[in-house]
Design a protein around this ligand. Structure first.
Ligand SMILES: *Cc1c(COP(=O)(O)O)cnc(C)c1O
Length: 366
């Protein structure tokens, strides 16, 4: 008899990340590989980050500041909130986990879109909560149906805005109407991992909504536009009371010294953020212009990725692209068979993948 874990954890899928560049180089004998699979920033991170990290390298024997004080003050100032309204996680992933750990258990349920970011579901399974998954409507969260799905066992509702994998947003008006309907004892999580990429004026500014809706928590991250995915720093913004509750489940040293310093420096370099947002919109247009020309359906995206319907077997296209040294995300794994999710790269990278797609479509007689 082998050691047995809690049986329900075996129902939680093991996360399948975007294929690493080195694996593809080895498997296909390639030297040049482009990874546009995990919504990473193709422009790297602020050039000032490396210098700041190097200066910290003498301090590796010391535990990090568990409370992330410096980062907390600077970020609170940047956002116009109190320092006690912030919680830091080892990436947004850990904030999602802490919320689930604190609020979900057997006998409760949790409401989310389908398809949406995979971790809401896995964490809920691990905590033994019942899943209520509400299909997207034209790629967008169906907030009316989600509000209607809430019952007296509901503890948490997840709103991924913009949504991963569709890239779509719910508007400020839609969100306000939704929040008015959600009972006060139900926590609403706004996962805004792509917040800084959004250019649509109808996108809700949620920080000012915190005063009106104490059951709201906003999650953002340094992994996406700030380009610090390797260093794992995400943060939650909520009322001080809500944050204090989450602190009970936070690991003592969950963000590292290098991540904290990198985040502080990256935050100060908003010029880099603006640069990336603008280049990203140009890259997005590169894709949508071509997709329009080819008559392909895609979801309007406010992120740094696009979900496009090639109407071809997703895993086959994925493998063909791999053999050409291009890594994307197969729609099969994202609840969108026939689609591919492509991260917007540099202009040159985008051109390479568009060429490859054109060849694949041509050979499929499309
Ligand atoms: C990438 C992503 C995350 C996780 O980000 P980390 O901060 O790197 O853990 C969370 N939510 C969504 C929607 C994402 O796309």
């Amino acid at each position: 008899m082998q050691p047995q874990p809690k049986q329900r954890i075996l129902n939680a899928p093991v996360y399948k990340p975007g294929k690493p560049i080195d694996d593809v180089k080895r498997e296909y004998g390639l030297t040049d590989v482009i990874k546009l699979a995990s919504n990473e920033n193709p422009y790297g991170s602020s050039p000032k980050v490396q210098e700041a990290i190097t200066a910290q390298l003498q301090n590796l024997s010391l535990y990090p500041d568990g409370a992330s004080q410096q980062l907390r003050w600077e970020l609170a100032d940047f956002l116009g909130v109190k320092p006690g309204q912030l919680i830091f996680g080892n990436g947004s992933d850990e904030n999602l986990l802490m919320i689930s750990r604190a609020f979900l258990e057997e006998g409760t349920n949790t409401v989310m879109a389908q398809p949406t970011f995979s971790q809401y579901r896995s964490n809920a399974i691990i905590e033994g909560a019942e899943l209520i998954e509400v299909p997207l409507k034209d790629g967008v969260h169906d907030l009316d149906a989600m509000a209607a799905a809430i019952d007296d066992k509901t503890r948490v509702v997840w709103v991924c805005n913009p949504n991963n994998p569709s890239g779509t947003i719910v508007t400020a008006a839609q969100l306000e109407a939704f929040l008015e309907k959600v009972p006060q004892q139900v926590l609403v999580v706004m996962d805004e991992a792509y917040y800084e990429y959004v250019v649509d004026a109808d996108y809700p500014q949620t920080v000012p909504m915190l005063a009106k809706y104490p059951n709201l928590i906003i999650l953002r991250t340094f992994s996406k536009i700030y380009g610090l995915a390797a260093l794992r720093v995400g943060y939650g913004i909520a009322s001080e009371e809500l944050i204090a509750k989450l602190e009970h489940v936070r690991e003592p040293f969950n963000t590292g010294t290098l991540g904290q310093i990198a985040a502080r420096v990256a935050l100060q370099d908003q010029e880099f953020v603006t640069y990336c947002r603008e280049r990203n919109r140009e890259g997005m247009k590169q894709f949508t212009d071509r997709f329009d020309q080819w008559g392909l359906h895609y979801y309007p995206s406010q992120t740094n990725f696009i979900l496009v319907d090639l109407k071809l077997d997703s895993d086959e296209v994925f493998t063909k692209l791999l053999s050409k040294g291009i890594i994307v995300r197969s729609g099969n794994a994202l609840g969108h068979p026939g689609f591919q999710r492509i991260t917007i790269g540099t202009r040159e990278q985008n051109e390479v993948i568009l060429q490859a797609l054109e060849e694949i479509l041509a050979s499929a007689g499309k």
